[in-house]
Design a binder for this molecule. Structure first.
Ligand code: HEC
Ligand code: HEC
Ligand code: HEC
Length: 157
């Protein structure tokens, strides 16, 4: 418990320092460094209107997580696995990058806005099969399995 909260405090501090640094850099630079999320090559549209997604994706995801986990309701429209597949960004090795990489789609704005999400501690941040091939030592070997064991751990509390 103590170790976990210390880690959280340290991470929060890092985010604040990082944000301050980013702001200084922004002021020193000529242009405002607005985040530029990469557009998926294989799709024209998101699962909902782009403007809507920009503003509300977090609500949809968080809301659906609650419904799925607590009430067993599943809808495909706001599936996190689908976001990650369609929005996969390839790294230098041609394989989809994980959330640990600053190029990851979900981080392009989060790093900028200093938002920290812990979703990828349990959920795969890369398309499923490719994630396995890309890095076998990654903690998220099998997303379904890690989600399940996380769920079991949650139930035991
Ligand atoms: C079938 C592919 C596909 C899926 C699945 C998908 N998206 Fe998208 N998303 C897109 C495309 C294409 C765009 C850019 C649309 C445009 O330019 O108008 C986009 C745009 C976005 C944007 C705005 C990015 C910007 O440039 O400002 C956000 C945020 C976003 N998606 C989040 C999500 C989330 C969260 C999910 C999962 C619930 C998701 N997307 C699922 C294809 C997808
Ligand atoms: C402690 C582990 C854990 C964390 C952290 C976590 N989830 Fe989940 N999540 C689960 C489990 C377990 C399920 C149920 C798995 C299933 O239904 O297949 C789930 C299901 C979901 C679903 C519905 C199924 C899907 O793939 O779309 C969404 C959406 C979701 N989570 C979003 C999030 C978001 C967003 C975050 C971060 C804010 C997050 N989760 C953090 C464990 C976690
Ligand atoms: C267009 C920029 C942008 C992109 C791309 C983006 N986000 Fe976000 N996200 C934000 C902003 C800004 C916030 C903070 C909003 C707030 O605090 O009200 C946020 C917040 C969140 C939150 C809520 C965090 C919390 O604990 O309150 C979740 C969950 C989330 N995003 C998931 C995702 C996922 C998953 C992806 C990739 C599929 C993604 N986001 C891509 C801009 C973005």
């Amino acid at each position: 418990m103590a170790a976990v909260s210390l880690r959280r405090v340290l991470l929060a501090a890092l985010v604040v320092v990082g944000a301050a640094f980013g702001l200084l850099k922004a002021e020193a630079g000529e242009r405002t460094p607005v985040p530029q999320p990469v557009k998926p090559a294989a799709a024209e549209k998101c699962v909902a209107d782009t403007q809507f997604m920009r503003r509300n994706h977090m609500k949809m995801l968080l809301h659906q997580r609650d419904e799925t986990v607590h009430e067993g309701i599943r809808t495909k429209q706001f599936s996190l696995a689908n976001c990650v597949s369609c929005h996969a960004v390839k790294g230098a090795d041609g394989k989809p990058v994980a959330y640990s990489d600053p190029k990851h789609f979900c981080r392009t704005c989060h790093s900028y806005a200093a938002v920290r999400v812990d979703c990828f501690e349990c959920h795969a941040s890369r398309p499923e099969e490719k994630a396995k091939a890309a890095n076998a030592s990654d903690s998220s070997h099998d997303p379904a399995l890690s989600a399940l064991s996380a769920h079991v751990a949650e139930m035991k509390k």
